[in-house]
Structures are given as structure tokens and as C-alpha cells.
Design a protein around this ligand. Structure first.
Ligand code: PNS
Length: 160
């Protein structure tokens, strides 16, 4: 069975992430969406909240599971029997960082990374823009799923 890991911070999961998750799930037998604990970023949502949102939006995909992980991504891949990492690429601004991570992960473990180009109509979408837009009361409809938008708005109201 081919198991792949789709890692990220998912703070929160966007329609861009979901596009990549759905397309990756279509080409592997089992896809583990892995929420990193240690990405070094200040987060809006706790890891548990991010996992909850992902479980909700990934429900249509029978072969997708969601987990959190701590430590090195390649160690998580090994413990789950995953032979490949799947990541989305929005464009040149993602490429330097993502290629460097992919090369390092392969050197560390032999686990390779497959990149999926983000759907062009979603290439402007990022979790950072979602959080910023929410802080100013902007419309999130084109960026995240409705259940996620509700949670982001509630969080933004509570913290603003
Ligand atoms: O795309 P993102 O949201 O920046 O993803 C971040 C994440 C969690 C995938 C990345 O930070 C990660 O892989 N963290 C685990 C630590 C690790 O394995 N780093 C690479 C070798 S130093």
C-alpha cells in the first residue's frame, strides 16, 4: 500500500490545501495529513483545533486521515510507513524553501517529495492571508471552507 504524508501548519486549512489534499488522495492509497507542532510560527489555532478543522473538511475523502506530529517530518513518515511526502507549490515564492526541505528530507531518510502545483485560481490563497483578512473582518468565502470561515471569524472576534 502506498502511504503518503501531506504535512503543514494548516493554521487554518485553506481551499488551496484542500485542493492539494484531494488530488494527492486520488493518486495514493492512504494519505496522512500531518499537522506539525514545531513549525516555529506563532499560531492562531491550537494544534488540536487545526486537526479538528482538517477532520471536518477531509471527511469526503475515505482514504485520508489526520494526525499531529512532533519532531522531524521524516521520522513521522517512517513510523507511519509512508514512502512519499506530498506538498503543494503555489509558485516561485514557495519553490526555494520547499525544494530545500525536500532535498534535506530525502538526504535524511530516503523519503522523496512529490509536488503538486496549486490550482491557478487558488494560487493567491494562504493561511497568513486568511488570518490577516479575518482580523480586518474581510470575506473569507473564496479562501476557506464555510466551517473553517466560521471558526476563523469567531477566533478573530475573540482575540480582537
Ligand atoms: O508548509 P508549512 O506550513 O510551512 O509546513 C511546516 C512543516 C510542519 C511541514 C515543517 O515545518 C516541518 O516539516 N516541520 C518538522 C521539522 C522538520 O522535519 N524539519 C525539516 C528538517 S530540519
Amino acid at each position: 500500500m502506498t502511504t503518503a504524508v501531506c504535512p503543514g501548519s494548516f493554521d487554518p486549512v485553506t481551499l488551496g490545501h484542500l485542493d492539494v489534499i484531494g488530488r494527492a488522495a486520488a493518486v495514493v492509497e492512504h494519505l496522512v495529513v500531518a499537522v506539525g507542532r514545531n513549525s516555529g510560527k506563532r499560531s492562531l489555532f491550537s494544534v488540536a483545533e487545526r486537526v479538528e478543522m482538517l477532520v471536518e473538511v477531509c471527511a469526503p475523502y475515505a482514504n485520508v486521515t489526520v494526525e499531529e506530529f512532533d519532531g522531524l517530518l521524516v521520522d513521522f513518515c517512517t513510523t507511519r510507513g509512508a514512502t512519499v511526502i506530498c506538498k503543494g507549490l503555489r509558485g516561485a515564492s514557495d519553490t526555494d524553501y520547499e525544494v530545500q526541505m525536500a532535498q534535506l528530507n530525502r538526504r535524511l531518510s530516503g523519503v522523496d517529495t512529490v509536488f503538486l502545483p496549486t490550482a491557478p485560481e487558488l494560487s493567491f490563497v494562504s493561511s497568513t492571508r486568511v488570518r490577516e483578512l479575518a482580523a480586518f473582518g474581510g470575506d473569507l468565502a473564496d479562501l476557506v471552507a464555510p466551517t473553517v470561515a466560521a471558526r476563523v471569524r469567531a477566533k478573530a472576534q475573540a482575540s480582537g
